[in-house]
Design a protein around this ligand. Structure first.
Ligand SMILES: Cc1cc2nc3c(=O)[nH]c(=O)nc-3n(C[C@H](O)[C@H](O)[C@H](O)COP(=O)(O)O)c2cc1C
Length: 390
């Protein structure tokens, strides 16, 4: 077995922690304020048990499904993350890994690689939009994604610029100038394997966001684009419907936690929602998505596709989300740990871990396909679920 292989996502995380400079690693952990939501996202999965059978188990299990019209070989797709400097191949490596494992890629507006390169690596790419700038700028951004061949849009609207972390935010430079590089040098030199990858690729992480470039202009820096975002008036539900119409194809609204918002999303004409709290990076104190999923699935599950993201680290987490009404899940940190630990292969490794765990879960629970999973397959503690806005 090649030395880069790891058996669980926790092992990949330990390797990522060792290999990445501290500021890069802590930008991935993130988690706002006290980290209550970040912690609950995983703790809530841990609080759910499984109720396995002992005989009569299915010899084969079917894990395939579709999300927003895309056939995928397992109900796990890549959640968009605007993350720089983890690996020189960045989102292209992630996209290749997802394609190699038969699943879809979500590409962040704040990603380090242009949509054109990412779609080449994985034709099943959804482009993620934030509400930044004017309607014309947003329409142009989506046109570019469409021309590149993106097969859907993920609109992420659950961001309210909360920015304090009790454990301290890492310093992220505006640009990797010589001064910043020198400031960063001791950290980088302490992580020679990470640095060597960038040196070999003849490329320093330049912290620009190519998918936010206005036509014919240089891509803005991460912070330049972030500043524009802060200046943009937050969207109304009419704006959501406009964005959906402007795109005209499969459209996901990411970040829903309330039943009333899920209903409004249906009214706005979306194809799918992701029940999500931005991985615990936004308003601290928001409950874990798995706690609010059952009420949302009960309200709108027969009208739109429901995904969930936040806290998924194991195949059994996927089992739990599907049993409580999700069609598929999206993963964030899990693949980022894989990418940091072993590049494209590391991301494939993470998808294999989730596939294996999901398959074992189905077998033990006596389910021949993911569509058969039910709440009865789980041990759900009293007072587990939360219903918001019903
Ligand atoms: C470092 C980091 C950057 C992220 N950037 C984005 C982004 O640019 N767009 C977006 O829609 N979500 C972003 N997210 C949220 C993820 O898409 C996803 O909702 C979250 O990571 C799921 O939780 P998990 O990390 O526990 O799997 C980011 C998350 C992390 C950890």
């Amino acid at each position: 077995m090649s030395s880069g292989w790891f058996e669980t996502v926790a092992v990949a995380q330990r390797r990522a922690r060792k290999r990445l400079p501290k500021s890069v690693y802590s930008a991935l952990v993130a988690g706002s304020e006290k980290g209550l939501t970040l912690e609950d996202n995983q703790a809530a999965f841990d609080a759910l048990g499984l109720a396995p059978h002992v005989a009569g188990l299915p010899a084969k299990r079917d894990l395939a499904t579709t999300v927003m019209g895309q056939s995928i070989s397992l109900p796990v797709i890549i959640s968009p993350t605007g993350v720089q400097a983890v690996h020189p191949d960045g989102e292209v490596a992630v996209a290749r890994a997802a394609a190699a494992r038969g699943t879809a890629m979500g590409l962040s507006s704040f990603a380090s690689k242009p949509i054109e390169e990412v779609v080449k690596a994985n034709p099943q790419t959804f482009f993620q939009m934030y509400w930044v700038g004017t309607r014309e700028q947003m329409a142009a951004r989506m046109d570019r994604a469409r021309r590149a061949g993106a097969v859907g849009v993920i609109a992420t609207l659950d961001w309210s610029f909360s920015n304090g972390r009790d454990w301290g935010s890492p310093h992220i430079p505006e640009r990797l100038t010589l001064r910043e590089a020198l400031r960063f040098a001791p950290e980088a030199l302490a992580h020679p394997r990470w640095l060597a990858k960038f040196v070999k690729a003849r490329h320093v992480p330049d912290l620009r966001v190519p998918n936010m470039a206005d036509e014919g202009k240089q891509p803005p820096t991460f912070f330049g684009a972030y500043f524009d975002w802060m200046q943009s008036a937050p969207p109304s539900w009419e704006d959501v419907a406009w964005l959906r119409e402007q795109w005209g194809g499969p459209f996901m609204l990411k970040g829903v936690t309330r039943v009333d918002d899920a209903r409004r999303a249906v009214d706005a004409g979306v194809t799918a929602i992701s029940v999500s709290n931005h991985g615990g990076n936004n308003l601290d104190g928001t409950p874990a998505p798995i706690r609010v999923l059952p009420s949302i699935a009960a309200a709108v599950g027969d009208q739109i596709e429901i995904l969930l993201d936040g806290g998924v680290r194991r195949g059994s987490d996927v089992v739990k989300a599907l049993a409580l009404g999700a069609r598929a899940v999206m993963i964030g940190r899990a693949y980022l740990w894989g990418l940091a630990a072993n590049g494209q292969k590391g991301v494939q490794n993470v998808l294999d871990i989730l596939r294996g765990g999901l398959d074992s879960g189905l077998m033990g629970l006596g389910r021949a396909s993911i569509g058969e999973l039910r709440p009865e397959d789980l041990v759900i503690p009293p007072d587990f679920t939360r219903t918001l806005g019903a």
